[in-house]
Every structure is written in structure tokens, then in C-alpha cells.
Design a protein around this ligand. Structure first.
Ligand code: UDP
Length: 328
């Protein structure tokens, strides 16, 4: 298929682009490089440096079978402190994109949604039918887009799938996580192991969990990206399917730090800090729907393996992970 990937210079978008190319698809990446890296875009993909709101220009020039939409603001803490960009980029950007998709007759749409739409869930594991009560503007903006996509699918016949990611980590095909300002647990822990930080701060040790720290469901980037290719094929005109993507197993912050100590052989000192605004205590997926609808099953569910792949990426000599903040 001819696929337009928005946000294809970012972590998840670039790995998915590499997999799409590997599967024989024809890929154009659209990214404004506000948080992505030009050198993360695989060579065989065409690249357009532009805001997602300009996607209409690309869709007008040539025919596309599908759009995969990753371009977004995606940090929970930032969205609480400065929500404007989250509404403008995530909701405004997607509105413009969906209108262009409709205007130019693109049939398929796969969206990067998130477990943050569920907020502090009443029951674990979280199903797609669970109540959605996001605890931060990031999750709220993604939920608004899920609703928007659903209505476009029903009214205009779009074949759409929203994939609700739990905590993505690891690396694949030489592509990994490298944010100019890192806030995610696993890359930060690995920065401590590389000697770039003195310690990791645990955000809250008074949560209602067995060891007092937050529990998350960590999923390998390769498993996650593979689900996007399956979604492309499984999408049905006039339907909007929503699938959780997780392993169904939760690990606490302390367990992640301990596992990283084992994987890296570094003591990784930790300090206890206050809770981070917008964090729910526990997020663990029920991913049966992804198994049924997409035929997807995680192949790399082992936390130590996920961290080992991230570690191989971050500790490789001359790794792109060494890119200084702000550099591309
Ligand atoms: N976390 C932490 N210290 C850090 C970064 C994250 O304790 O320096 C915690 C965070 O509060 C959350 C978990 O690790 O409970 C996963 O956070 P991350 O930012 O990786 O992903 P999120 O769950 O926000 O998508």
C-alpha cells in the first residue's frame, strides 16, 4: 500500500516506517522535526518536513491508500503544565488531517492512541470497554481524537483503527528512544547506567500498590510496530476499531529499576521523590481484542529483554542516542 506516516521521524513512527518498508509498502513520512530526528527516517521512505496541518498538500499531490498518524505531543507532565499545545496539535492537527483524508479519498486510518485515555481505571486489567476518564490533558486530547475518528468512520466510511499503547520501550532496527528532554522511565534509568545522570528519581512511593510505586505494562517497540501493520490490513470501511496494546503484565517502578540493574550491571542509584502530576497508579492492558481483531500477540514480552534491547541501543558506540539535546 501507499502509506503516509505522520510523525515518522519519532520513536514509534520511525520503527513502524522501517517495518512498513520491510513488508513492501511505499512510505512517505511527514514530520516537522519538532521532536523527531531526520536521521531516524529510513532511507527508502520519502520525507516531507512539514506540520501535520499541511498533510493535505501531500495527499492532494499523490494517491495514498492509508494514513498512519503518530504526529502528536505526548508527555503527561507537560500537558498538565502547558496544555495549549496538546489541544492545538493533537486535536487541531488531527482535525485538519482527517479532513484532508476525507477530501482526498484515503480509505484507511491508523491512529496512535494511548492508555492515558482511561485515567485511573476502576478495574485492572483495562479493557477497551472500560470507562474513559483521562487524568491529564494529554489523555483527554487523545480521547477526543478517538471520538472524532469514530464519527468520521461511521459517517464517511473511513476504515479506522485506534491503537491504545501502554508503555512502549526497547529498540528495533537501530532505532530507539531519544528525546531531547527525556522523561520516560526506561531511557532515564539507562542514562544513569551510562553515567549521564547520578540517580533516578522515583516519582511517588505512597501509591496504593504493593511496593508503593506506580505499575505500568511495558511493551516492546517491535511488537507495537507490528500491530500497526496488522491494523492496516484489518481495518474495515465504516468501522472504527479500538485495540489496547500491552502484555497484560504490570511492573512497578522499583521492579523496572531492579531489572535494569541486572541487565546493565550498574548499581543505578535511586531517590524517592514526590508523585508526578497526572500519573495514574496502575495501567495494565487486557489485550484480548488485539488478539481477536488483529491476530496480534506479543512476541517479546519479557521485561529484561525489552530493557536489554534499549540498553544495546543506548550503549552502542556512536549511537544516535548520543545526539545532543536539540540536535537532529
Ligand atoms: N517515573 C519515575 N521516574 C522518572 C520517570 C518516570 O518514577 O524519572 C515513573 C512515572 O511516574 C510512571 C512510570 O515511571 O509511574 C512510567 O513513566 P513514563 O514517563 O515512562 O511513562 P508514562 O506512564 O507516563 O507514559
Amino acid at each position: 500500500m501507499r502509506v503516509l506516516v505522520t510523525g515518522g521521524a519519532g520513536y514509534i513512527g520511525s520503527v513502524t516506517t522501517a517495518m512498513l518498508l520491510g513488508a513492501g509498502h511505499d512510505v512517505t513520512v511527514l514530520d516537522d522535526l519538532s521532536t523527531g530526528h531526520r536521521d531516524a527516517v529510513p532511507d527508502r521512505a520519502r520525507f516531507v518536513e512539514a506540520d501535520v496541518r499541511a498533510a493535505g498538500d501531500v495527499l492532494a499531490r499523490e494517491r495514498f491508500d492509508a494514513v498512519m498518524h503518530f504526529a502528536a505531543r505526548s508527555l503527561v507532565g507537560d500537558s498538565v503544565a502547558d496544555p495549549a499545545d496538546y489541544w492545538h496539535t493533537n486535536v487541531g492537527g488531527t482535525t485538519a488531517l482527517l479532513d484532508a483524508v476525507r477530501a482526498h479519498g484515503v480509505g484507511r486510518f491508523v491512529f496512535s492512541s494511548t492508555a492515558a485515555v482511561y485515567g485511573d481505571p476502576a478495574a485492572i486489567p483495562i479493557r477497551e470497554t472500560s470507562e474513559t476518564r483521562p487524568t491529564n490533558p494529554y489523555g483527554a486530547s487523545k480521547l477526543a481524537v478517538d471520538h472524532m475518528i469514530g464519527s468520521y468512520a461511521t459517517a464517511y466510511g473511513l476504515a479506522a483503527v485506534s491503537l491504545r499503547y501502554f508503555n512502549v520501550a526497547g529498540a528495533h532496527a537501530g532505532l530507539g528512544e531519544r528525546h531531547a528532554r527525556e522523561t520516560h522511565l526506561i531511557p532515564l534509568v539507562l542514562e544513569v547506567a551510562r553515567g549521564l545522570r547520578e540517580h533516578i528519581v522515583i516519582h511517588g512511593t505512597d501509591w496504593d500498590t504493593p511496593d508503593g510505586t506506580c505499575i505500568r505494562d511495558y511493551i516492546h517497540i517491535a511488537d507495537l510496530a507490528r500491530a500497526h501493520l496488522l491494523a492496516l490490513d484489518a481495518a474495515v470501511p465504516g468501522r472504527h476499531e479500538v485495540c489496547n496494546l500491552g502484555n497484560g503484565t504490570g511492573f512497578s517502578v522499583r521492579e523496572v529499576v531492579d531489572t535494569a540493574r541486572q541487565v546493565t550491571g550498574h548499581p543505578i542509584p535511586s531517590r524517592e521523590g514526590p508523585r508526578r502530576a497526572g500519573d495514574p497508579a496502575v495501567l495494565v492492558a487486557a489485550a484480548e481484542h488485539a488478539a481477536e481483531f488483529l491476530g496480534w500477540r506479543p512476541e517479546l514480552p519479557d521485561l529484561a529483554g525489552i530493557i536489554a534491547d534499549a540498553w544495546a541501543f543506548h550503549s552502542a558506540p556512536g549511537t544516535p542516542a548520543d545526539t545532543a539535546p536539540g540536535e537532529r
